[in-house]
Design a protein around this ligand. Structure first.
Ligand SMILES: [Zn+2]
Length: 251
């Protein structure tokens, strides 16, 4: 049940025939794990907080650096040297006092990740390296928690949803086999301020849709966006029958 304050606060969203009070109530009691509080995780956590999410579990062991401040809008000048999850928590609570923020300022290993995933409804993969993405994929698939995964580099972004409960869903490993370890990084290649803001917000939108089963998610598809020339493409992502994570071989 929403309070009178909540009904007023989220009035413009509740007005939507495709959203309504039921959806607002669903996200008010929903919990999302955010892995990575950098370029994608900051706008994602900000948008989910504004939209009315109940709880965020923020995981990142990095500390704020000067070179983060060009794009990671939850961290401020005075936060340099602090854990990103701590400065992000402070910024989110300043936006909305009643959002529940739990933090994990530590490197995720399998045991910690499984524990974190057990307490949430979905996970937003906002991290910047293949090893962590692969770990999130494997653990979330095992626990049947939907993964909303985004990536951004230079002017380009990618977005997809991997959901073990959906028959048509591929997993992250189907798209990016192990050999793809030399992925491009923002450290080496740069990224526009606006690219991560767009992609993190787009990713937050998919989280809200998945939690409430609103509209059509990107499950089974990969969205590719090139902001420099305003091109958006969607490609189908079939499940790889030989995938070691999501295929039924050996079951
Ligand atoms: Zn797979």
């Amino acid at each position: 049940m929403l309070t009178d304050d909540q009904l007023l606060r989220y009035h413009r969203q509740i007005l939507l025939p495709t959203w309504d009070i039921a959806a607002q109530s669903q996200i008010a009691s929903a919990s999302v794990l955010v892995v990575g509080l950098g370029g994608l995780g900051c706008p994602l956590a900000q948008q989910l907080t504004l939209a009315g999410i109940g709880r965020l579990l923020l995981a990142d062991f990095d500390r704020v650096e000067l070179s983060n401040l060009q794009r990671q809008m939850l961290h401020h000048d005075a936060d340099i040297g602090r854990f990103k999850v701590e400065s992000a928590r402070d910024s989110l609570l300043a936006l909305r006092a009643d959002v529940v923020i739990d933090i994990l300022p530590e490197r995720m290993d399998e045991a910690r990740l499984m524990q974190a995933l057990a307490s949430v409804d979905a996970v937003a993969d906002c991290c910047d390296n293949f090893a962590t993405r692969e770990l999130i994929n494997r653990c979330a698939w095992a626990l049947k928690k939907p993964v909303i995964s985004a990536a951004a580099i230079a002017w380009q972004g990618q977005l997809s949803v991997f959901d073990a409960t959906q028959a048509e869903s591929a997993c992250y490993r189907c798209l990016y086999p192990e050999s793809d370890d030399a992925a491009l990084t923002c450290n080496d290649n740069g990224v526009m301020t606006t690219t991560v803001a767009v992609m993190g917000s787009w990713q937050a939108q998919e989280v809200l849709k998945v939690l409430t089963k609103t509209g059509e998610s990107l499950c089974g598809q990969l969205l590719l966006w090139d902001g420099r020339v305003n091109e958006v493409r969607r490609v189908r992502t079939p499940r790889d029958p030989a995938c070691p994570v999501c295929s039924n071989q050996g079951d």
